[in-house]
Design a protein around this ligand. Structure first.
Ligand code: ZN
Length: 179
């Protein structure tokens, strides 16, 4: 099945006003655009406001996606939540601006699959870490995190000893304090 098929909305016979759609998103949508995504679970609510000359689309997306943790390299679920608004207008010249999509006046349906994919991608944080210490289910590799914590302390101690300028400044400080 075409993974984009569930995201097709036929608006030609839709009455004017607000319509709500719910989508469950798994890997089939994400891997359609990028093969590297393997574990994704998202839900999307789309509030579709059909007006006389334009449509107002409001996407609310929640879920999680499995990615390599930037701290411990373990594959962990990164939670994301996002809200995005898009206006759909009609124009002979189809295209897309930041928050506006132009459909051909003859179009009868819009597929929101690619939009949802893009919104999920934008919601993934640049730094993939999770504060799982405060959660019941810890999916980070705690051994690696403990090891890294110790490394940081050791490096700090080492730098202090090996940096002659730092120790020189310390001596000056002591001299000043004495005066
Ligand atoms: Zn981690």
């Amino acid at each position: 099945m075409n993974p984009l098929k569930p995201f097709e909305i036929s608006f030609i016979n839709l009455e004017q006003g607000l319509h709500t759609y719910h989508f469950d998103i798994d890997n089939s949508l994400l891997s359609h655009f990028d093969q590297k995504f393997e574990h994704a679970q998202f839900t999307c609510q789309l509030d579709f406001d059909k007006r006389s000359t334009l449509f107002d689309l409001h996407f609310t997306i929640d879920g999680k996606i499995k990615m390599d943790c930037d701290r411990c390299m373990e594959s962990i679920y990164i939670p994301t939540a996002s809200e995005n608004k898009v206006i759909v207008k009609f124009n002979e010249n189809e295209g897309q601006e930041v928050d506006i999509i132009y459909l051909n006046p003859n179009d009868t349906a819009i597929n929101v699959g690619k939009l949802i994919y893009e919104f999920i991608m934008l919601a993934i944080p640049l730094r993939k870490v999770k504060d799982c210490e405060s959660e019941n289910f810890k999916d980070c590799n705690q051994k690696v995190l403990d090891y890294l914590d110790n490394q940081v302390i050791e490096t700090e101690e080492k730098e202090e000893i090996e940096n002659p300028l730092a120790s020189a400044l310390k001596d000056i400080n002591i001299t000043f304090n004495k005066k």
